[in-house]
Design a protein around this ligand. Structure first.
Ligand code: GSH
Length: 358
């Protein structure tokens, strides 16, 4: 309880600092502060305010440092692509209430799925693009990206995790590419149960190369500056309905700590993946490369007149930044909008469901 109270106090401070940050951008802060003294306040109050500010700054620095460390540690896991993943059979469903249920009347698969996700995680968007395109119903559990307590039951500490109801329990499927490939195989041949496919599937942590590349280009773009990073996180909060799903202190923790930590990580990714100095250019280059591929085929989609798995993957990944400045810039500086809108139509209409054998 005390820890929660402290955290709430810390968040109030962080929020205050956050406001100060924007205030100073507008030059408002300068108007009441001269030579480090705060005009109109007694010496004691000034000392208190200064103490408060220093404590708040320390709180944010420690929080951001911790988040940076934790997130960096997980990012290291990305380098573990190809290593074995645990696939276990859970006897009982983890006791987590779904945030929402997505039910499609066109669904004939009989699958019972729960997606543990962040609404704007590119890999989760990739899985959702697949499920939505084929009109497969699923429950969603929105995971807190900082505390991740909703996936506390899992040894695998990333999202997406797709929990499938199978004979005798529940089987978690980890990794977006594995999930999509496995579901695609199941849709192609429904004479076998989903768990049989899960047994055959190499329990390797596999990721689509292009998806991963785009991912590393996205982060430095959407977290390019601290201001942009805050805007991005506020959009995440809006579309992820964090206000609805998480208590205020938790949402503020995610936004403040997440925005700061991801801004720092974005810088590191830019260096590590040798992106152009103007990171937007690297994003445009990747989009143009993708569009050239489609143009060479002379079709609407990479898959022809209907999207294939690569269309769905790139669409999902880009959807994860739809509300960010980077996406608006991408639409202005490349022709991606035409393909993207065509994809949106297909996915929103669940066009893939018509191709499924019943
Ligand atoms: N190869 C995995 C990558 C998944 C991944 O890195 N997910 C990120 C979210 S975008 C994650 O969960 N990171 C751990 C964290 O947020 O702490 C996949 O394709 O599903």
């Amino acid at each position: 309880m005390a820890a929660i109270r402290n955290l709430a106090r810390f968040m109030e401070r962080a929020k205050f600092l956050n406001k100060c940050y924007f205030a100073s951008q507008n030059g408002i802060l300068r108007s009441f502060s001269t030579n480090g003294a705060i005009v109109g306040l007694s010496r004691e109050t000034q000392a208190l305010v200064k103490f408060g500010l220093i404590s708040a700054a320390t709180g944010v620095a420690v929080g951001a440092g911790y988040a940076y460390y934790r997130i960096s540690e997980t990012r290291k896991n990305i380098a573990l692509e190809g290593t074995e993943l645990d696939t276990v059979l859970l006897e009982h469903k983890p006791p987590v209430t779904p945030s929402r249920k997505i039910a499609y009347p066109v669904d004939t698969t009989g699958l019972k799925l729960t997606l543990f996700q962040y609404q704007t995680c590119p890999f989760c968007c990739k899985v959702r693009a697949f499920l939505d395109y084929y009109g497969i119903s699923y429950d969603v559990v929105e995971v807190d990206p900082v505390l991740r307590k909703e996936i506390g039951w899992s040894l695998y500490k990333k999202v997406p995790i797709l929990l499938t109801q199978v004979e005798g329990g529940y089987r978690p499927l980890n990794d977006s590419s594995l999930i999509v490939s496995l579901l695609a195989s199941y849709l192609y041949d429904r004479s076998q149960k989903i768990e049989e496919f899960a047994d055959y599937y190499p329990t390797k942590n596999v990721s689509g190369g292009s998806g991963q590349m785009t991912y590393f280009t996205l982060s430095p773009n959407v977290y390019r500056t601290l201001d942009e990073s805050y805007k991005t996180f506020n959009w995440f909060s809006e579309v992820g309905k964090w206000e609805e799903y998480f208590p205020t202190w938790e949402r503020l923790l995610i936004v403040n700590v997440g925005a700061t930590a991801m801004w720092l990580i974005g810088k590191r990714l830019k260096k590590r993946h040798r992106l152009k100095n103007d990171v937007r250019q690297s994003l445009y280059d990747e989009a143009n490369y993708w569009l050239r591929g489609i143009k060479a085929r002379g079709t609407i989609f990479m898959g022809g007149n209907k999207p294939d798995l690569s269309d769905l993957a790139i669409y999902g990944i880009l959807k994860s930044i739809e509300g960010c400045d980077a996406f608006q810039d991408l639409k202005t500086h490349t022709n991606i909008g035409v393909w993207y809108n065509a994809m949106k139509e297909q996915v929103d209409a669940h066009s893939g469901s018509t191709n499924l054998s019943r």
